[in-house]
Write a protein that binds this ligand. Structure first.
Ligand SMILES: [Zn+2]
Length: 280
């Protein structure tokens, strides 16, 4: 730096010093500025503290809300579990009751009845056909789960004639046929086969049913009033003796094989339904 530039520099430095207070006032009023700065700092700190407090409070409130919500959810979950268990227990209970009822209806669980102890009414005439392979094979009837109603299909024949026909099969060997009971045109009831033996009458249901053949005066197959009344009386006694349900366990030959037997009560469904109602 030479002499001239040094002077110019000094001049410039002096000028700079004069201008400086305008740009940097803190250098000239340090006390006042320090006080203001402290105040500002205090205010800032206070604001910060208030904000922190608000944040804390907000956080606490949200946490409480969350805890309340969680508790409510827990209660609901517990309630749902209890309800589910109750429903499950009810369903299992209902299922067991249903199963027991069904099992009690199955032949293997149905109590076997000692026919020798049955109190047989006087109006049943015992006239058993002689043992033979064609109409009385003496096969044991182990369980009685139903009663099958038939018509003889031979208009005007009597109960006695039908009993003789079954009896004659032992010699004629014409066919395999028989029935536990035959009800005549006058309402007479003849028992042809003991109740602990099967009869050849109802195809697949020979093994677990009792059969009743009914005489009829004409081709229509309709029973006389006397035959009908005896049929009702006999069926009621059998239902009672073998603990059967008239509306479910009393069927037609038609219900086993589809054969039109008993003819009138297959062609006239209402007449059959009336018969079932009359059993009550
Ligand atoms: Zn039949």
């Amino acid at each position: 730096m030479n002499r001239f530039t040094e002077r110019r520099y000094r001049g410039t430095e002096q000028e700079d010093t004069e201008r400086r207070p305008k740009r940097y006032p803190e250098e000239y009023e340090p006390e006042r500025d320090l006080q203001g700065s402290r105040q500002r700092n205090a205010e800032q700190q206070e604001r910060r503290q208030r904000a922190e407090q608000r944040r804390d409070e907000d956080f606490r409130r949200r946490k409480q809300k969350m805890l309340r919500r969680r508790k409510r959810r827990c209660r609901l979950r517990r309630l749902r579990k209890v309800l589910f268990r109750l429903l499950l227990a009810a369903a299992v209970g209902a299922g067991l009751v249903f199963l027991c009822l069904r099992l009690s209806q199955l032949s293997m669980f149905r109590k076997k009845i000692d026919v020798s102890k049955l109190d047989k009414p006087q109006w049943i005439e015992e006239n058993y056909i002689k043992p033979n392979p064609y109409s009385r094979p003496q096969t044991e009837l182990e369980w009685v789960n139903g009663i099958v109603v038939h018509y003889v299909g031979n208009p005007g024949t009597t109960a006695r004639q039908n009993q003789s026909y079954f009896n004659g099969l032992a010699e004629s060997h014409k066919t395999y046929a028989s029935s536990h009971f035959v009800i005549g045109l006058e309402g007479e009831v003849i028992q042809c086969v003991p109740l602990d033996e099967i009869a050849y009458c109802s195809n697949d249901r020979n093994q677990d049913t009792i059969s009743i053949e009914c005489c009829h005066p004409d081709e229509s197959g309709e029973f006389t009033q006397a035959t009908y009344d005896s049929l009702v009386r006999l069926t009621q006694w059998l239902c009672e003796s073998f603990k059967l349900d008239g509306s479910e366990d009393v069927i037609r030959h038609y219900d086993v094989t589809g054969k039109e037997c008993p003819l009138y009560y297959v062609r006239n469904q209402e007449a059959w339904e009336q018969f079932i109602r009359d059993l009550r």
